[in-house]
Design a protein around this ligand. Structure first.
Ligand code: UT7
Length: 321
């Protein structure tokens, strides 16, 4: 059987760091409230010249260098984003041109905060069917550009960034390295709990993010615990076998509650929400790359990825590095 085997990762953050105290100068909030309710201490905000594509390109170059691979070897680029540079064409095509590997497949995936999980599972399917051999899977966002900076209930929660992963198709057995299993879900009936109030076909504007936070919080814990159980069962492992959980970084309290529900020790959960805030589709690959670079996640580790976001969409993937 063909397995999608991990080859390398990279990430990128904007230059500008914005601590909670800075936001308290413009909206009625405080460092204490943000830290206590979310675990966020700071976020990175894109400045002039920094876009979803530029962050994605930087993260992709780092991932290719980590993989020791030339961009010309990549024949599939999937970029997960809800904040593309343009309505069309796909930001993935911009990345492809910048890397100089035109001719293969390149497209965007839109599943908001679960985008990277959707992109990963899609890349895995295309590699398994032989449609492509080497994939660049990217999560990149500039959520700062769709925030209502006067709405304290949302503007303090998000940040910008990008993460990328290189996968290669390889013949392997069940016990070998690679993506083991993925599960994806969506529930379009929950649209109004987390959405952007604009778009090309409705308002002809970009719009702003709107969220009913406490309701999203409750759904997130239930849906994530459920999809994690599905993947654990599917893979025929037990929760204790997992070396690291790399969750979507929305709120430290969601990470704690989900880990508790599954009986996973907090030390196995990678947390970067304190320094990156919620970077939507970028958060999983960004957290993963951070933990690889600081030496926590190593070759051979059994890693669980999970995310939940607007749509609602949610999913999880298990990978042996
Ligand atoms: O990435 C996609 C998935 N997204 C998520 O998973 C986000 C899920 N939701 C959450 O993380 C949390 O619900 C929030 C962090 C958004 C909010 O935390 P909460 O503990 O659910 O607070 P709340 O919305 O119930 O608000 C509590 C109080 C309210 O005041 P009153 O009505 O009690 O007087 C809010 O108006 O906190 C107030 N509040 C704030 N105060 C200071 C809301 N935002 C702020 C703020 N600073 N930024």
């Amino acid at each position: 059987m063909i397995r999608s085997v991990f080859r390398g990762s990279g990430s990128a953050l904007p230059v500008r760091v914005v601590p909670n105290a800075k936001l308290a100068e413009t909206v009625d909030t405080s460092d204490e409230w943000i830290v206590e309710r979310t675990g966020i201490r700071q976020r990175y905000i894109a400045g002039e010249g920094e876009t979803t594509a530029s962050l994605a390109i930087e993260a992709s170059r780092a991932a290719l260098a980590d993989a020791g691979m030339d961009a010309a070897e990549i024949d599939l680029i999937i970029l997960a984003t809800a904040t593309p540079d343009n309505t069309f064409p796909a930001t993935a095509t911009k990345v492809q041109a910048a890397l100089g590997c035109t001719g293969g497949i390149a497209f965007d995936v839109q599943a908001v905060c679960s985008g990277f999980l959707y992109a990963l599972a899609t890349a895995d399917s295309l590699l398994k069917t032989g449609m492509a051999t080497r994939a660049l899977v990217i999560g990149a966002e500039t959520f700062s550009r769709i925030l209502d900076w006067e709405d304290r209930t949302t503007c303090v929660l998000f940040g910008d960034g990008a993460g990328a992963m290189v996968l290669e198709a390889e013949e392997g057995e069940e016990s070998d390295r690679g993506l083991i299993t993925s599960r994806l879900h969506a529930d379009g009936a929950q649209h109004d709990l987390l959405y952007v109030d604009g778009g090309p076909s409705t308002t002809q504007t970009v719009g702003h993010l709107r969220m009913r936070g406490p309701e999203v919080f409750r759904h997130a814990v239930v849906n994530l615990a459920s999809v994690l159980r599905e993947v654990i069962e599917d893979a025929g492992i037990s929760a204790e076998d997992i070396d690291w959980v790399v969750p979507h970084q929305a709120n430290a309290r969601i990470l704690d509650a989900t880990a508790r529900k599954l009986g996973l020790p907090a030390e196995k959960v990678i947390v970067t929400v304190d320094s990156h805030a919620n970077t939507s589709a970028a958060s999983v690959p960004l957290a993963f790359d951070t933990a690889r670079r600081d030496g926590r996640i190593q070759d051979g580790s059994l890693v669980m990825f999970e995310a939940m976001g607007g749509g609602f969409t949610w999913g999880a993937s298990l990978m042996r590095l």
